[in-house]
Write a protein that binds this ligand. Structure first.
Ligand code: MG
Length: 411
């Protein structure tokens, strides 16, 4: 009463700085589904593969097994591990159940991947309880309905909620109270920050920076000098917990596209094909991450005289898989080759439009139903998610795949 009478704006300020953003992330998702479905695997080191490690149970992680590790290395570290083959259908089903729980928990759910999302629970206190209550209930419901452990971080920003869940794993709940953000964040190692992978971390270690607090002290100019402009600025913002982006549904996206400058003067079809492969890779990967599929494939070209042309084809069914989209783009490119030979080429782009679910609420959208994502795509996505997009390079990008580009070679 006194409080409100003395400073009428206080309540509003308080609501804004309340920790209402949840980051919910299933623990060792694929491995947990396997342990759920086969009691013999429970409590034992489980690796989902084969080949590259797609997921490792916490029992396997205790031996140093990590996602994206090669099978041989994983076996050396944990010879007793049970290796099971990935069952994508089971993972998609489980994800669907979990996202239904998310949708019932909060009005705004931002999907990050098949097994994690941000939820904003602002304004729900009166009928659903505090954010901490809601997070605890969410964990219980995921356990009951999907049979899976999930960790939730709660904080005032997306960044911090994600860091909190990372610290709380596995099967945990961690709330970072408003005002306590930097005290929580600064002692942590820099790798805890979103997007700081081994390469970035190594550069920071070289300068004697191992904690977030040390990175924050370094200041923006120094971080820019070490990491480059974009990364340096971003890290500086993150280290000060500056992440003003709200949780949002990301609805209404109409297309996914990527383009790249290209100088045709080299007249190398192999180089052009490699560029196209990279573009398709990037576009389809983003579609799969966003859980979208599309039907119309567009090849965009810009010529030496800055005129532009586009060629498109609509597929019989929507997809987010690399292969059918790449085949289509190559066909379009082949048909455009006479024009490119005549007019040169300065820019090439690939867009996929005519997306499934355009304009509809997408909070339950799930990635790659059926043909959306092949097992290979899934492996590549997984490795890149963890180690950056340069971790895996398709053969054609290395110029090692002449067979695939042969059809574009001049007579
Ligand atoms: Mg996860």
């Amino acid at each position: 009463m006194h409080f409100a009478a003395r400073r009428p704006v206080c309540e509003r300020t308080f609501v804004r700085s309340e920790a209402t953003i949840l980051h919910a992330d299933l623990d060792a998702f694929y491995a947990s589904v396997e342990q759920r479905d086969d009691p013999r695997l429970r409590g034992r080191p489980v690796i989902v593969g084969p080949g590259v490690v797609l997921a490792a149970s916490y029992e396997a992680r205790a031996y140093g097994v990590r996602s994206a590790m090669g099978a041989a290395q994983a076996r050396r570290r944990c010879p007793r591990a049970i290796v099971v083959e990935a069952r994508w259908e089971a993972y998609l089903d489980a994800s669907k159940v979990v996202f239904e729980v998310f949708a019932q928990t909060a009005p705004v759910v931002e999907k990050l991947s098949i097994d994690e999302a941000f939820l904003d629970v602002a304004g729900l206190r009166r009928f659903a309880g505090s954010p901490t209550d809601i997070a605890a209930r969410l964990r219980r419901e995921v356990r009951e309905k999907a049979g899976l452990p999930i960790t939730v971080g709660v904080a005032t920003t997306r960044l911090l909620a994600k860091v909190a869940s990372g610290v709380a794993k596995p099967d945990g709940l961690l709330v970072v109270p408003p005002g306590g953000e930097l005290a929580f964040l600064h002692p942590l190692r820099v790798e805890r920050l979103w997007g700081v992978g081994p390469a970035t971390a190594a550069k920071l270690y070289d300068r004697g920076v191992t904690t977030v607090g040390e990175a924050a002290q370094l200041g923006e100019p120094a971080l820019v000098e070490i990491l480059g402009r974009a990364s340096g600025r971003r890290l500086h913002a993150l280290a000060h917990n500056r992440d003003p982006r709200p949780v949002r549904m990301r609805r209404g996206r109409r297309s996914f596209g990527s383009q790249s400058a290209f100088n045709w003067s080299s007249r190398s079809h192999a180089a052009l094909d490699a560029r196209v492969v990279a573009l398709v890779d990037r576009v389809t990967r983003r579609m799969r991450t966003a859980g979208r599929v599309g039907r119309t494939v567009v090849l965009r070209l810009r010529f030496d005289d800055f005129t532009r042309a586009s060629r498109s084809r609509t597929l019989s069914r929507p997809t987010a898989a690399t292969e059918p989209i790449l085949i289509t783009v190559r066909e379009l490119l082949e048909a455009a080759m006479p024009m490119i030979r005549r007019q040169g080429l300065t820019l090439v782009g690939v867009t996929v439009q005519n997306l499934d679910g355009d304009g509809a609420a997408v909070q339950l959208e799930l990635p790659f139903d059926g043909p959306g994502r092949s097992a290979l795509d899934a492996v590549l996505d997984d490795v890149r998610d963890r180690y950056g997009s340069d971790a895996v390079t398709r053969a054609a990008l290395l110029g090692g795949d002449p067979g695939l580009s042969a059809s574009l070679l001049p007579e």
